[in-house]
Design a protein around this ligand. Structure first.
Ligand SMILES: [Fe+2]
Length: 394
């Protein structure tokens, strides 16, 4: 007889890191702590989750198994350098020896940055992803991380970087080191079942944007292409299902995997959606996934001349009724509609006053480098303005 707590969608993978996938597997957390030499982990999570029963259950589970565990949850939706420094103080003061990163992209990114900083003597921004700054990191001083995502979108659990807002400079900086890839990941769909519908939709669209931008990036990386293509099929099937029924465990599992696949694939690069979403997130503190979801069709249109071939393949793989670019664009518009995603940036309170600045910030963003078309600042400004008011470019 099948154990209902461990359905057929359960597996252990070692790619791109050690992953335990399956419903209920968060209960393996204490034994994994011991495996990674942790006796006093710091649980880093989002403030919205800190008081939820499942976080309390994790804390109790750890304590019952002889771990000394503490929690840090003072993290903004777009985590800041100050959040990381504060978490680092808690980590050091509590003499912790590892980090349990439990939450959405904000908590995971902040947690990974705190773990990187654990024993460093340099300030955080010295490790920004510029040139070979990552070589400044004392690897032995990094703390181990076990990542448990509670949203399916960011894929940060399998990423080697964190996006942290520099509040003083009003920009998002990427902190990178190859060993920021968490040592262990648990993908447990039970933890994502409580997500509100709008967050499920927005985070799912972030996963789509990762796969879509990676798939369109103009570089030689067939492995990433294959992962992105299949992840987009999973999203096309399962994102509408999780939005229709948040307790559909199989669909929740598939979305968690598609999200991890997105962050695995975007080692190939991202593109203009993220190049614009980063400055907009920094300036307006808007939800990252929602920004990408709104920007998606406007960026696709702007890239149209350069992505005909990959869109042909995507349309075939998704078995869309209309082939090619037009079919994919129709699918994106319909998906956004079905998920209740607004069509314009102004609907989420963004205005055009800083359009020129946003254009300049987008072209300077790391994600711009791998967009299929080398847009300049004026192009980015125009895409932003199209997405602001819903103007379809000619
Ligand atoms: Fe993203």
């Amino acid at each position: 007889m099948t154990d209902v707590r461990v359905p057929h969608l359960s597996a252990n993978w070692n790619y791109p890191t050690a992953i335990r996938a399956g419903a209920g597997r968060v209960r393996e957390l204490p034994s994994l702590c011991f495996e990674f030499g942790m006796r006093a982990p710091l649980l880093v999570t989002d403030p919205g989750l800190a008081s939820l029963p499942f976080i309390n259950n994790i804390l109790n589970l750890c304590e019952e198994n002889g771990l000394r565990v503490d929690m840090f949850a003072n993290i903004k939706g777009n985590p800041t350098g100050q959040n990381v420094i504060e978490g680092l103080t808690v980590f050091r003061t509590g003499e912790h020896d590892g980090i349990l990163a439990v939450g959405g992209g904000s908590a995971l990114d902040a947690a990974k940055a705190i773990a990187l900083m654990a024993g460093q003597s340099r300030p955080l921004w010295d490790f920004e992803d510029l040139e070979d700054n990552y070589l400044r990191v004392n690897e032995d001083a990094m703390a181990p991380v076990i990542a448990v995502p509670t949203t399916a979108g960011t894929g940060s659990e399998v990423g080697r970087s964190s996006v942290i807002t520099d509040e003083e400079a009003e920009i998002k900086r990427i902190i990178f080191h190859p060993r920021m890839l968490p040592a262990q990941v648990i993908l447990d769909p039970e933890l994502t079942c409580g997500l509100p519908t709008n967050i499920t939709a927005a985070t799912g669209m972030d996963a789509l944007s990762h796969n879509l931008e990676a798939f369109c990036a103009p570089s030689f990386h067939p492995m990433a292409e294959g992962i992105a293509l299949e992840a987009m099929r999973l999203i096309s099937v399962y994102l509408p299902r999780v939005v229709a029924d948040g307790n559909d465990l199989d669909a929740r599992m598939q979305m968690l995997v598609a999200s991890s696949m997105g962050a695995t694939a975007f080692q190939r690069g991202l593109g203009a959606m993220h190049a614009l979403a980063h400055p907009l997130g920094a300036l307006f503190d808007a939800h990252h996934g929602l920004l990408n979801a709104i920007l998606m069709p406007y960026v696709l249109r702007a890239n149209e001349s350069a992505i005909g071939e990959p869109m042909e393949r995507l349309a075939r793989h998704l078995d869309l009724p209309n082939p090619g670019f037009g079919g994919v664009l129709e699918w994106v518009y319909q998906l956004r509609l079905d998920l209740g995603i607004p069509n314009t940036l102004q609907e989420i309170g963004i205005d055009g006053e800083q359009a020129e600045r946003i254009g300049r910030m987008a072209v300077a963003d790391a994600a711009a480098a791998s967009n299929p078309v080398a847009f300049d600042a004026a192009d980015y400004r125009d895409i932003f303005l199209n997405a602001l008011t819903g103007t379809a470019p000619s």
